[in-house]
Design a protein around this ligand. Structure first.
Ligand SMILES: NC(=O)c1ccc[n+]([C@@H]2O[C@H](COP(=O)([O-])OP(=O)(O)OC[C@H]3O[C@@H](n4cnc5c(N)ncnc54)[C@H](O)[C@@H]3O)[C@@H](O)[C@H]2O)c1
Length: 332
């Protein structure tokens, strides 16, 4: 199968490109490199076809889809920083929503009818009931979550109007790295807890701030559902294999297990053998105490099992990546 992957130079995109390539798919990477690393795509695919372009460039997308005879699209490209989205909501709407609308137009023109898309737990906002299942009413509380919900609405319209088949995969917290240490997480700025704790272990940061220790959770710190990036990649492959034109599928992708901030820090101490100085800070607004996936529908629909998502596997693989690449992809 020949697949166009948008956001192919990013964290989850590059891991998915690697799995797709390893399983015999031909991958065409499409990324404007605003936040990604071309070397990640090159390592993932062994030098696959790469087009540097923007989602908003409908003509280039259409030309690429046609010239490369693409059969399906996996769409990761987006901005994904909650804080930034609050500061610049228009930027998020333009990049994520208008960018996805441009991709859908190009696919329609080129006659490509199968699409797997990154969605997010952020579309649910702060639900009361845990674990979160797919029929929880969406109620995003920031422009990033809203932009992803708007994209899901665009997909539904394209499904009804043009017969597009899509799978929207709502990830919880992506984490971990390729077990051989070749690919990993390299964001600037880094806002995710696990890489930040490793930055403390490496002495790049003095301490970790824990935002609130008085939540209604067993140890008072926020609980999240961490899912290994390789398990996410595997779900995309499985989604591509089952997807048919005209179908519409929305699935939660999480491990189904909740881990608190304090548990992550303690586990990183054990994995690295380093002290991790930590300081309690004020709660951040909009941080729910718990976010845990009900992943039963994804398991049933895709025949998917999150095999790499134990805390040990996530942290061991991430530590290997950070040790080998303390400056991210800049480290050769
Ligand atoms: N990382 C997570 O925990 C997480 C959780 C839920 C959902 N997601 C979603 O998964 C997707 C991938 O996340 P990630 O962590 O790999 O992000 P990332 O920033 O590492 O990768 C995104 C890639 O998209 C590219 N890109 C952004 N806007 C573009 C545009 N207009 N045109 C072309 N390329 C563009 C960037 O250059 C980057 O390479 C995003 O859609 C994100 O919203 C991520």
């Amino acid at each position: 199968m020949k697949i166009l992957v948008t956001g192919a130079a990013g964290y989850i995109g590059s891991h998915t490109c690697r799995l797709l390539t390893e399983t015999g798919c031909q991958v065409v990477g499409y990324d404007n490199l605003s936040r990604g690393h071309q070397i990640a795509f090159e390592r993932a695919t062994g030098g696959g076809t790469f087009v540097q372009g923007d989602l908003l460039d409908t003509k280039l997308l259409q030309k690429t889809l046609k010239e490369e005879s693409v059969e399906a699209v996996v769409h990761f490209a987006a901005f994904a920083l909650v804080g930034e989205s609050v500061e610049y909501p228009q930027r998020y709407h333009r990049n994520n929503v208008e960018g996805s609308a441009s991709l859908l137009r190009a696919m329609h023109e080129a006659g490509v009818q199968r699409l797997v898309v990154s969605s997010t737990t952020a579309i649910y906002g702060q639900p009361e009931k845990m674990p979160i299942c797919e029929d929880t009413p969406p109620a995003p509380i920031n422009p990033y979550g809203q932009s992803k919900l708007d994209v899901e609405h665009l997909l539904q319209k394209a499904c009804e109007r043009d017969g597009l088949g899509f799978v929207a995969l709502r990830y919880f917290n992506a984490a971990g790295a390729a077990p051989d240490g070749m690919l990993g997480e390299d964001h600037d700025p880094e806002t995710h807890l696990i890489p930040i704790v490793f930055q403390v272990a490496l002495g790049q940061l003095q301490k970790i701030h824990i935002f609130g220790d008085d939540y209604s959770t067993p140890d008072g710190t926020c609980v999240r559902d961490y899912v290994h990036v390789n398990d996410l990649a595997d779900a995309h492959l499985k989604a591509l294999n089952i997807l048919k034109p005209g179908q519409r599928i929305q699935l939660n992708l999480g491990s189904g297990v909740g881990t608190s901030v304090l548990e992550i820090i303690e586990h990183v101490r054990q994995v690295t053998g380093h002290d991790i100085p930590a300081e309690i800070a004020a709660r951040r607004s909009g941080d729910p105490p718990w976010l845990i996936a009900d992943n039963s529908l994804a398991k049933k629909t895709l025949g998917w099992t999150p095999e790499y998502s134990s805390l040990d596997s996530i942290l061991t693989s991430a530590w290997r990546w950070h040790q080998r690449h303390p400056q991210g992809y800049e480290t050769t």
